[in-house]
Design a protein around this ligand. Structure first.
Ligand code: ADP
Ligand code: MG
Length: 396
């Protein structure tokens, strides 16, 4: 079946052709070492395929926030050697000064990392002159960096308009998974939205109530909804000023036949630290000096039953303060249920968000989910129902 965007399958014969590939090489580094090479590994499928097909592979990426100026500490030269190790192939580094000449010396199948696109002021303003300058060194453009696709920058959006443009393999997998989860999912669909604050995910909630059958609200967000319903949440993290907004979301959910699930039992403590004395109580029994730090066991069991009747799950945000035991309990339990249902083939499960990925790794089940997105901002914008400019530019 043909996809709404072009992929590497549409690229044809690329022997000796110069392909500009936007990747996410924005890795965390300490003392010259890459401390987490997840993003480098995510590029492997696309970059090796292009090289093996005889292309001259020119990897484009940003690194840090140099603010449109050269900054040696944010040079992608620093990432080139670790990247070569991950690829298991030699990788050249090419500065933009003299780039055309340098690229002209490359052989088919060779790979180069181009200097940080954010050294140019025109990157973030999507300046047509910069787009033309970069496009001059390539014959085709591949965007493989979903995580940067929510930004209409020269290297993510402009180039896709200037050159024949294709989705890389990682981008393709991400778009396929997101389509299966929210674009055209099997119903019933459940969404879990947790995390700290309602205010940071208002648009996500507003969009989801129109798309999903069950909206499961956990984490600090649930506190705001509980408070909006007149429940005393004590000292819990809570945005009281959003009560009216919460009511609007509940009303919109009603109108859209979306069932909103709020916890009815919770785990509370008077101190926020590892392993403090806790109580598991009904939401109506939270004392004035207590904080809700996790969803309770009865609610988690009921949520597991909801998932058992669903075909699709999309998850963003932990159910509790999972970094601090024992407030990881609900998140881990529901994640394990979702993982088991996915293994059984009854659930398509897609999750994303920085802390969500950490929580699923902590639960040991990230590999069991259908798809886990490591894109933070882009994943959230997609959950808000926005069309990402870097993705839109790839549509046929
Ligand atoms: P993501 O990065 O996956 O989008 P968020 O950043 O929105 O997720 O939220 C994650 C944070 O929410 C975690 O640091 C977690 O400790 C916090 N959190 C979850 N539940 C609570 C709670 N009940 N009280 C305070 N913080 C919470
Ligand atoms: Mg976060």
């Amino acid at each position: 079946m043909s996809k709404p965007f072009k992929t590497l399958d549409d690229l044809g014969d690329i022997q000796g052709r110069r392909v500009l590939v936007r990747e996410d090489l924005n890795v965390p580094m300490a003392d010259g070492q890459v401390t987490d090479d997840t993003r480098l590994r995510a590029t492997l499928a696309t970059v090796t395929e292009l090289a093996d097909r005889g292309a001259i592979v020119l990897v484009l990426a940003h690194f840090g926030r140099p603010g449109g100026q050269r900054n040696p500490e944010m040079s992608l030269a620093l990432v080139t050697r670790p990247y070569a190790q991950v690829l298991g192939r030699p990788v050249r580094f090419i500065d933009w000064d003299g780039a055309e000449d340098a690229v002209a010396t490359m052989q088919p199948g060779e790979i180069a990392v181009m200097e940080n696109t954010r050294f140019f002021a025109g990157e973030e303003t999507n300046d047509p002159e910069l787009v033309a300058r970069i496009a001059a060194v390539g014959d085709a453009y591949v965007n493989d960096a979903f995580s940067a696709a929510h930004r209409a920058h020269a290297s993510t959006e402009g180039l896709a308009r200037a050159l024949p443009a294709y989705a890389g393999r990682a981008m393709e997998a991400e778009l396929d998974a997101l389509e299966k989860a929210l674009g055209n999912p099997d119903h019933p669909v459940a969404a879990v939205v947790g995390g700290a604050k309602v205010s940071s995910k208002l648009d996500v909630l507003k969009h989801l109530v129109t798309r999903v059958d069950h909206l499961i609200i956990g984490g600090g967000m649930a506190n705001t909804f509980l408070a909006a319903r007149g429940i005393d949440v004590g000292k819990s993290l809570c945005e009281h000023e959003l009560a009216a907004t919460c009511e609007e979301i509940m009303t919109a959910a009603d109108g859209a036949n979306c069932t909103v699930h709020l916890p009815y039992d919770v785990v509370v403590a008077t101190e926020f630290r590892a392993d403090p004395p806790t109580r598991t109580v009904n939401v109506h029994e939270v004392a004035a000096d207590e904080m809700i730090l996790d969803v309770g066991p009865a609610a988690v069991e009921a949520l597991g039953d909801v998932l058992k009747n669903c075909r699709t799950l999309v998850w963003n945000g932990p159910l509790g303060a999972f970094e601090t035991p024992p407030f990881d309990t609900a998140t881990v339990a529901l994640a394990k249920t979702a993982a088991a249902l996915t293994r059984d083939g009854s659930l398509v499960s897609v999750a994303g968000g920085g802390d969500t990925v950490a929580a699923l790794n902590h639960a040991g089940v990230a590999g069991d989910f259908t798809f886990v997105s490591t894109a933070g901002g882009a994943f959230l914008e997609w959950m808000e129902g926005k069309t990402l400019p870097g993705v839109a530019a790839l549509y046929r």
